[in-house]
Design a protein around this ligand. Sequence first.
Ligand SMILES: N[C@@H](CCC(=O)N[C@@H](CS)C(=O)NCC(=O)O)C(=O)O
Length: 200
Amino acid sequence: MPTLYHAPQSRSTVIVALVHELGDPADLDIVRVTIPRQDGSGAPDPQNPHPEKKVPVLVDGDGMIRERGAIIVWLTERYPSDLAPLPGQPGRGAFLSWLFWYQGVFEPVAILDFLDISHPALTASFRDVSTAVAQVQAALQDRPYLLGDRYSAADLLVAGAFAFFRQMIPDSGPIAAWVDRCQDRDSIRRAAADDGEGDG
Ligand SMILES: N[C@@H](CCC(=O)N[C@@H](CS)C(=O)NCC(=O)O)C(=O)O
């Protein structure tokens, strides 16, 4: 039975939303764990199997999957739906590219920008926020979602980051409406409501 380890109001909330999008598979268990919070509350949870006690982490049989992009790939393959193209299907390359780009480039760049940290070596490797935002803007120029006409788990992950780092949303262009579209879903509202019930 797959078990998702989740701490409310954290990066694992987006994976809970994905679980809702996938129809709340009956065999998938969600276990709440604590994590250290920036306000000094919370603590690493002994029952969390993540090697650094972070969330999210998914345990499925003998697999331990960390990093949201990898968890999204794992869950969307395990529970096929129209949220993700499977291997061999059109859009698979773009789907994987958005997830890996998010983990490897977008989130580091967003955090560095938020902290006002810059260095020529970082810029040479990751570019910068404007370049990252321009990639999303270009993708959405003639389509409602990153993969085309269909909402996917790549939108869930990438738009969720814009909803968190709202200052990155350009005043003009398609991103603001796309973020609103992606946030205006039952899965997002349910995951947020779940997180409100009890502490983590
Ligand atoms: N790159 C990881 C980041 C995971 C992460 O940093 N999670 C935070 C929660 S927002 C965490 O568990 N923090 C607790 C800690 O660092 O001990 C992912 O995308 O899954």
